[in-house]
Each structure stands twice: as structure tokens, then as C-alpha cells.
Ligand binder design. Structure first.
Ligand code: HAM
Length: 422
């Protein structure tokens, strides 16, 4: 038997209904917030992720799915959505549009060659937003509120918002120097990856998965102490706007994020429901004011977040949130002989075209089997066809709850269902 690749999932049935419901709420909320959907390619040139996401990140240095296409080009399956959106923003000259800032959202699969475990997949689906063109701290608060309000509208209660600031370039350089000073004398105590990170990007040491509990990392200098005045004030503005929007949050100086492109605001939203497991970050994001420039566009600030739909659906399941998913059929059409079958097919199509959710029989079951099937599918009404009734222009309709049967005129079946269902 051929089985699916490690770290991937087949999603179908009830679970898929939850995924679809989440996506519908996402579409609805994005529309209210005036974000337009964007779809970018699932593969892009490898260089985009090296320049956009950063060579020193785990995601790019160890976790990408790379391949050479038949035209000898280096391609990579996207490990995240931001770099592709920024590439598109530049390529399509969206910076020239009159309606700045440009507010985009996406919902799609990403690929990371990680060690598979619960909540950590090799194929994952994220929805996310990117806002390009505004450095107003108020938009940072809006972006965080989009995620929070989607969770809220879904009925998820146990979430915790953690925010931090990585400051501007000057602040980060000062912090970088402080980190080097702190780690350098004892760097040999940390893993080989961290030793490498000290030279390339010491900030990465702080989210090393291997050495997370090491005393050197726990006692490392804290970014917030190195913010210059402008950066500190900007961070206070973001917090003020979060208060204005009534978003609960805590400042967590340990949030550094696993991607190189961030400056100023970074944030993560965790699921706090019991037994969620180690990978409990539902959404993460932050500001990336240098990415557009680094990728060859005009200097343009940006901010966004992404949320893993798999983790979000798991959180909804663990919290036992009752999602309004319709698991009922309006009607099941039953028949016995071939003339009735043709009538059943035509009637089923007609009702479907008129907006009803209807099923009929395709397994040659007898009437008894069809009644059972209708029950399994939670049909509200049973439309039981019978030659004699049809000749008389009538149809037998049984309410599957009350078990009451009514003879309905053929021409009035739509109205009858309409009246009794809506
Ligand atoms: P990220 O923190 O790498 O950020 O991913 C965001 C979310 O995607 C995570 O919080 C998690 O829910 C989900 N996720 C990530 N990796 C996996 C995985 N292996 N398995 C399951 N779920 C996963 C980004 O991707 C940035 N592009 C976010 C962003 C947008 N920053 C600015 N704009």
C-alpha cells in the first residue's frame, strides 16, 4: 500500500467541515476588515526565500523543499507566505496603487521539512495577512486584532496574546553587541548550531530548540532594555492602541520569532487549553520594514501574521467548541422501480437547483435500506416516490422527526419544503 508522506494529512469528513467553517469565518472577517485575498505560487525561486526570509533561519537553512526544475532553475516550495506576497507586491507595482496601505490575506499550504510531531507538519495550511505601506503603530494593533477577533468569532476562549518589540536597526545592533558579549566567553557550552548563530545572527540563539533550557539562554540580556527612545515610544503606542481595541495581551521579551525579517512589533498568540501539547502557538507575526527594500522594491514598511489552520482546528476540538456546521440533509428522495428512479433523479436535481440540500439512492438498496440511509444522512424530510401517486400528480412527503406523512401536489413540493424548512 502506498501511504502518504510523513508530516502530511488527509483531511476529509467531519474534520474537513471544521476546516471549511474556519475558512469561511476567515473570509468573512477579512472582508469586514477590508483585506483582499491574494494567491501566490506554491513554488518560487529559491533565492526569494534566502533573501526574503533569511539564510540564518532554520526554516530556510534546514527545512525547505528545494528542487531543480526541468529548465535547471532552483525552485523551493514556499515555507511561509510573506516572502511570496512581498515579491508579488513589488512585481505588480502595488506600491503605486492609490489606496495605500495595501491590505492582503491568503489561505494556502506551506512546506517545511521539519521533524514531524503533533502540531508540527511538513505540509501545513496557513491563513495570514500582510499590510504594506503603513508604519502607523495603529495598523500593528489592527493586524493583531484580526487574529484575535477571528478566534473570538469562532468561539475559542483560551488564547493568550504575547507581544514584544525588536526595535529599529540601531536598537537591534546594540542588542546584538550585548548578546555577543554575553554568549562569546561560554559559547562552547551551547550546541554547534548556536556557535554558528553567534557569528551570523546571535538573536537566533534565543529560540534554539535544543538549548532552550540552558542557563546562558535563560539569563541572556533582554531586548526591551536595548530599545532606543523612538523604538520604545513606538512600542508604547502599539500597546496603547491594543488597549483602545480592548485586546488583552502581555509583553513577553522572550518572543523573538524564528524568521530574520522582523523589526519593531513581534507577537504570538498561544492556545491555553489543557493538553494542547508543546506546539501551542496558533499564530505569529510582526513587522518587517526592510523586506520590500531587500527584495529590490522601494522602501516600504510591512506587517502581518500567519495562523496554522491545523493547530487552530485542534484548539477548537480540545475546547469542544460547538461550531454551527450543518450536518443535515433537507430531504432524501426514495424510489423502487426504474420510472420512479428517473423521476427521483430529475426531482433531486430540480430541488438542488432551487437551493435545497438533497440526496437520492445510488446503491440499489430496497426501500428499507433507503430509510436507513436517509437516517444516517440526517434527512429532515423523506420524499417517497410511488408510481400511483405520480400518476395522480402527488408526492408523499414524510417529516422524519414527527413521522407525519403529507401528500403534496407535484407542483408545490418546493413551496412545501420551503415553508417547513425555513
Ligand atoms: P510562523 O511563526 O513560522 O510565521 O508560522 C505561523 C503559524 O503557522 C504558527 O504559529 C503555526 O500555527 C503555523 N505553523 C508553522 N509551522 C508549522 C508546522 N510545521 N506545522 C503546523 N503548523 C505550523 C510565519 O510563517 C510568518 N510568515 C508569519 C508572518 C506573516 N509574519 C509576518 N507576516
Amino acid at each position: 500500500m502506498i501511504v502518504k508522506p510523513k508530516g502530511t494529512h488527509d483531511i476529509y469528513g467531519e474534520e474537513m467541515k471544521r476546516w471549511q467553517y474556519v475558512s469561511r469565518v476567515v473570509d468573512e472577517v477579512m472582508d469586514r476588515y477590508n483585506y483582499g485575498m491574494i494567491r501566490t505560487p506554491i513554488f518560487e525561486s529559491t533565492e526569494l526565500f534566502h533573501r526574503g526570509v533569511g539564510d540564518t533561519t532554520d526554516i530556510v537553512s534546514k527545512e525547505t523543499y528545494d528542487f531543480i526544475d526541468r529548465g535547471e532553475r532552483n525552485m523551493t516550495l514556499r515555507p511561509e507566505g510573506t516572502a511570496g506576497v512581498v515579491r508579488s507586491f513589488i512585481e505588480n507595482k502595488m506600491y503605486g496603487e492609490a489606496t495605500q496601505p495595501v491590505k492582503l490575506y491568503y489561505n494556502g499550504t506551506m512546506y517545511r521539512y521539519e521533524r514531524p510531531q503533533s502540531g508540527r507538519d511538513r505540509e501545513l495550511t496557513q491563513f495570514g495577512v500582510e499590510v504594506l505601506g503603513s508604519s502607523d503603530p495603529a495598523i500593528d494593533a489592527e493586524v493583531i486584532s484580526v487574529a484575535v477577533n477571528i478566534f473570538k468569532l469562532l468561539g475559542l476562549k483560551g488564547v493568550k496574546v504575547k507581544v514584544n518589540s525588536l526595535g529599529d536597526t540601531e536598537s537591534r545592533n546594540n542588542y546584538r553587541d550585548a548578546l555577543i558579549k554575553h554568549f562569546e566567553p561560554r559559547i562552547s557550552e551551547l550546541c554547534p548550531d548556536c556557535q554558528e548563530r553567534l557569528k551570523k545572527n546571535p538573536l537566533r540563539i534565543l529560540d534554539c530548540k535544543f538549548d532552550a533550557e540552558h542557563e546562558l539562554i535563560k539569563n541572556a540580556p533582554v531586548m526591551l532594555d536595548y530599545l532606543n527612545e523612538d523604538s520604545r515610544n513606538r512600542f508604547l503606542d502599539v500597546q496603547n492602541y491594543l488597549d483602545v481595541l480592548d485586546i488583552e495581551y502581555e509583553v513577553d521579551p522572550k518572543i523573538v520569532r524564528g524568521l530574520d525579517y522582523y523589526s519593531h512589533t513581534v507577537f504570538e498568540i498561544e492556545a491555553t487549553v489543557k493538553d494542547f501539547g508543546a506546539n501551542n502557538v496558533l499564530a505569529g507575526g510582526g513587522r518587517y520594514d526592510t523586506m520590500v527594500g531587500n527584495l529590490g522594491g522601494p522602501d516600504t514598511p510591512g506587517i502581518g501574521f500567519a495562523c496554522g489552520i491545523g493547530r487552530l482546528v485542534t484548539a477548537l476540538e480540545k475546547e469542544e467548541v460547538d461550531l454551527p456546521i450543518n450536518n443535515q440533509l433537507d430531504a432524501f428522495v426514495l424510489y423502487v422501480n426504474n420510472t420512479e428512479k428517473e423521476y427521483a433523479m430529475a426531482l433531486t436535481q430540480d430541488l438542488r437547483l432551487n437551493g435545497f440540500k438533497v440526496e437520492t439512492e445510488y446503491m440499489e438498496r430496497g426501500l428499507k435500506g433507503q430509510f436507513k440511509q436517509a437516517d444516517r444522512l440526517n434527512a429532515k424530510f423523506l420524499i417517497i416516490l410511488n408510481d400511483e401517486d405520480l400518476v395522480a400528480g402527488e408526492i408523499q412527503v414524510k417529516d422524519n422527526m414527527t413521522k407525519e406523512t403529507t401528500m403534496v401536489k407535484e407542483a408545490e413540493i418546493d413551496d412545501y419544503l420551503d415553508l417547513n424548512l425555513r
